[in-house]
Design a protein around this ligand. Structure first.
Ligand code: GTB
Length: 216
C-alpha cells in the first residue's frame, strides 16, 4: 500500500508550497515513491482521531504499513533511509548530508519562522518595524554563514541530498521578503532545487489540492 501523508485541506499559503507537506512530497517524488494524501481541515486537526496520528494536531503525518510518523524532518529522513536517491552511499557523506538536514531545521529555519510569524501577528504593533529589523538581522546572520559555506558549489556537500532538499524548502519561506536577493548564490541554490523535476511534481501536487478546495 502506498504511504499516506496528511496535508492542509485548504492551505493558507494559497498553494505556494510553503507548508511542510511540500518537503515530504518532494522527498517522495525524488525517490519515486507513489503516495496518497489525507486532507485535513484546521478543525479536524485538533480532534482526537487526528491527534492519534499527530500529538500536536499539525500536518504533515505519514502512514505506511502500520507505521505512523509526524515531524517533517523525521518523515523525510525515513523516506531517504528507506529508498535510494537522497542519501550518499559513503558513510561519512551520508552523515554530513543528515547534518545539513538538521542544520536546515534547527539552525536556519527557526529565525526565518520567527520573522515570518512576527509579520502575521505583530504588524499592527507600534514597535513592529524595530522588532522586524532585529528579526531580519537574525536571519541575515544565518544566511551570511550559509552563503559563505555554499560558495560557488552547486549543492551543500557534493551531490544533491536530503540536506539540500530541506535547506531549499526552508529558504523558500523567505520568498517575497527580498532578503534572499542579497545572497545570489543562495538564490541560485533555491532555483536549482526548484528546477528539479521531482520538486515540480511535488509543487503541482500540492497546488492541485489547493485549487480543488478554492474552486468549491
Ligand atoms: N515541526 C513540525 C514539522 O516540521 O512537521 C511543524 C509542523 C507545522 O508547523 N505544521 C503546520 C500546521 O499544521 C503547517 S506547516 N499548522 C497548523 C497548526 O499548528 O494548527 C507551517 C506553515 C503553515 C502555513 C504557511 N503559509 O501559509 O505560508 C507556511 C507554513
Amino acid at each position: 500500500m502506498a504511504p499516506i501523508i496528511s496535508v492542509f485541506e485548504n492551505s493558507p499559503d494559497r498553494g505556494q508550497g510553503h507548508a511542510r507537506d511540500m518537503r515530504v512530497r518532494w522527498a517522495l517524488e525524488e525517490v519515486g515513491q507513489p503516495y496518497d494524501i489525507r486532507t485535513v481541515s484546521f478543525k479536524q486537526m485538533k480532534k482526537p482521531a487526528y491527534r492519534a496520528l499527530h500529538p500536536f494536531g499539525q500536518i504533515p503525518t505519514y502512514e505506511e504499513d502500520g507505521l505512523t510518523l509526524f515531524e517533517s524532518g523525521a518523515i523525510v529522513l525515513h523516506i531517504a533511509q528507506k529508498q535510494s536517491g537522497l542519501l550518499p552511499e559513503d558513510e561519512h557523506a551520508r552523515a554530513r548530508a543528515i547534518t545539513w538536514m538538521f542544520a536546515a531545521l534547527n539552525t536556519v529555519e527557526p529565525p526565518i519562522v520567527e520573522r515570518e510569524t512576527a509579520t502575521y501577528t505583530e504588524r499592527n504593533r507600534s514597535w513592529f518595524e524595530e522588532h522586524l529589523e532585529m528579526l531580519n538581522e537574525r536571519v541575515h546572520v544565518r544566511l551570511r554563514d550559509l552563503s559563505a559555506s555554499l560558495g560557488d558549489a552547486e549543492w551543500l556537500d557534493g551531490t544533491f541530498s536530503v540536506g539540500d532538499l530541506m535547506m531549499v524548502c526552508v529558504l523558500r519561506r523567505l520568498e517575497g521578503s527580498g532578503i534572499l536577493d542579497r545572497y545570489p548564490n543562495l538564490s541560485a541554490f533555491v532555483e536549482r532545487g526548484k528546477a528539479r523535476p521531482a520538486y515540480q511534481r511535488a509543487f503541482d501536487g500540492q497546488f492541485a489540492v489547493f485549487r480543488a478546495a478554492d474552486t468549491q
